[in-house]
Design a binder for this molecule. Structure first.
Ligand code: B12
Ligand code: SF4
Length: 503
């Protein structure tokens, strides 16, 4: 995977530049879509790419959502506790956990050091914000060898975040946009030491540059991702990540940081032909008919979803696939009982959606564009069609009361046998979301939130909350968590098992 002496020699005949691309998003089950796109774009343009994927060197990767054991339930209780005594201890434990999680991994540092010693022309890093310390260390190592570094990732279009990251020693530039088409030129511009300041999306260490890259409109021109160099032998099952579009047609939920990320801004859809072409091509290349749709909302464009359902088995016979939807209130949201049955017949095995809360009052406060009733109908129809249902939820949106949690608990108990997994989080306020902007502007929309500061490097608000306390709230929370545990401890239905823990 990394470059050998002979290969370096061959490069002298190549007009492209030698790039070392490090994928810090180490995930245990499938390749990273963004990185596959960047590799394809660079290679198509004649650049040389050596890809470093930590999993290939046995760096422990994030695996998600295996059936719950009792200790998972207990940990969730502590993690989400609002009891005054537990909170202080819990917050300390949380900080320790994050600090440990975020430490640079010795193997990553060692392997990147080796690769840098081969003197690539440029180091490209694709990172999430929890990789801050690793990025600091890799930039330092690159600086020692005079190798320029270009950093990108979904959160680097956020102004406060970029401010907190841009001046780390050794970093040449941050790119805060979708680089599907632009990455080859960016690499050339940096290696050939051209002036970067006018390139949309680029921020330099001194803060200069044109930080705004418009969302990529020509999605059909994005190359078919190149996953050749990912460690396929380490994945339990071969699964191809793919997207039919970027962004979300609703894009209004007040807490949503997905739609403010580099690739989530504004809804754009690809054409059905291109999506089907990519599925056929990738199935052929990697010898699998399993797909994971990473769209924020696979039913943003119901016509495309229907087209996919109608054609997928012709294009990839035996295809099995999963995706995430939003049970919105449009007349046509692509998720009727018969549409879900058709999707199941076309190979859909699992669906995930943001249930968030069982209380209509909370859904309205979040501007979720959903109803508890429609969510319930959807869960029943999907499950009855044979699709495994997974949902994400959280506690602690401002204004949440014990009564809202009681409704959530009732909802889960009522629908327990139709839901296979729940990911239940604590609420957080992330940079540039509507709720963040409202609090930052000093308005009085959230009287129960007292801002303590920001964690700019991780794009988070630090705050204290006066709602969500008291014995009644805690009792209701305990009911919710018992219902979550009752669901998560069950094994998945057989047909969805190979997709367990993927989203
Ligand atoms: C699918 C998804 C997942 C999947 C798959 C992840 C994977 N690595 O493949 C799963 C469910 C596993 C997952 C897990 C997590 N995720 Co996630 N996930 C997403 C989601 C919905 C789509 C990601 C995606 O593929 N986008 C499509 C690609 C094409 O876009 P992109 O990644 O932005 O890449 C483009 C640009 O950013 C740029 N670019 C990217 N890298 C580079 C590098 C260079 C050099 C350049 C020039 C450009 C460049 O060009 C790319 C092509 O256009 C996003 C939401 C979103 N809107 O992005 C969240 C998101 C990426 N996840 C996020 C988080 C926080 C996580 C978790 C940490 C959550 C958790 N607590 O467990 C874990 C971490 C897992 C890990 N790998 O370490 C955050 C990241 C924000 C941040 N803090 O940096 C996001 C943005 C959600 C959010 N709004 O908070 N996730
Ligand atoms: S429906 Fe989902 S992706 Fe769309 S704005 Fe709401 S939370 Fe974000």
């Amino acid at each position: 995977m990394l470059v050998s002496e002979n290969e370096i020699y061959c490069l002298s005949a190549n007009r492209g530049h030698r790039t070392l691309l490090v994928d810090l998003n180490n995930f245990a089950s499938f390749p990273t879509l963004a990185v596959g796109i960047l590799v394809a774009a660079l290679r198509n343009a004649g650049h040389r790419v050596d890809l470093m994927v930590p999993l290939a060197y046995d760096v422990p990767a994030s695996a998600r959502e295996k059936p719950d054991r009792l200790h998972h339930h207990m940990m969730r209780k502590v993690h989400l506790s609002t009891a005054p005594g537990t909170r202080i201890l819990r917050d300390r434990l949380r900080s320790l956990y994050y600090a440990r999680q975020r430490r640079p991994h010795a193997t990553v540092i060692r392997e990147v050091t080796r690769a840098l010693d081969q003197k690539p022309d440029i180091l490209l890093l694709s990172a999430y914000l929890q990789h801050h310390e690793t990025v600091v260390e890799l930039c330092r190592l690159a600086k020692l060898r005079n190798i320029p570094v270009l950093l990108g990732g979904p959160a680097f279009n956020l102004k406060g975040t970029v401010e907190a990251w841009r001046s780390m020693p050794g970093l040449t530039a941050i790119y805060g946009g979708e680089a599907d088409l632009s990455v080859p030129d960016l690499v050339s511009a940096i290696v050939e030491r051209k002036d970067l300041r006018d390139i949309p999306g680029v921020v330099l260490p001194d803060g200069s540059g044109n930080s705004y890259a418009p969302p990529l409109r020509e999605l059909d021109k994005s190359p078919v991702p190149d996953f050749t160099d990912f460690p396929w032998d380490r994945y339990p099952v071969r699964i191809i990540p793919i997207m039919t579009g970027r962004g979300c047609q609703w894009a209004r939920c007040l807490f949503c940081s997905d739609v403010v990320s580099a690739n989530g801004r504004t809804f754009r859809t690809r054409s059905l032909e291109i999506v089907l072409h990519e599925m056929r091509e990738q199935s052929h290349r990697y010898g699998t008919s399993n797909f994971l749709f990473l769209d924020l909302k696979l039913n943003s464009n119901p016509h495309l979803l229907r087209g996919l359902v109608e054609n997928v088995q012709m294009v990839v016979p035996g295809a099995q696939w999963i995706g995430t939807v939003h049970v919105d209130l449009r007349k046509d949201n692509g998720l009727t009982r018969s549409e879900l049955r058709a999707a199941a017949s076309a190979g859909m095995r699992r669906v995930s959606f943001g249930l968030e809360s069982g209380s209509q009052r909370m859904l309205d406060l979040m501007d979720k564009g959903a109803s508890a009733e429609a969510n319930e109908t959807f869960i029943n129809h999907a499950s009855e069609a044979g699709i495994s249902v997974r949902c994400t939820m959280f506690k602690g949106f401002p204004g949440e009361q014990a009564d809202d949690l009681e409704r959530t608990a009732d909802f889960l108990v009522r629908n327990s046998r139709h839901i296979d997994r729940i990911r239940f989080n604590d609420f957080s306020i992330l940079e540039d979301t509507p709720i963040w902007n409202s609090i930052m502007s000093g308005g009085n929309g959230y009287p129960d939130i007292r801002m303590l500061g920001t964690d700019a490097a991780h794009a988070r608000l630090r705050y204290a909350q006066s709602s969500g306390k008291g014995a009644a709230y805690r009792k209701a929370m305990s009911r919710v968590l018992s219902a979550v545990y009752a669901i998560n401890r069950r094994p998945l239905r057989d047909e969805a098992r190979m997709f367990d823990g993927l989203m």
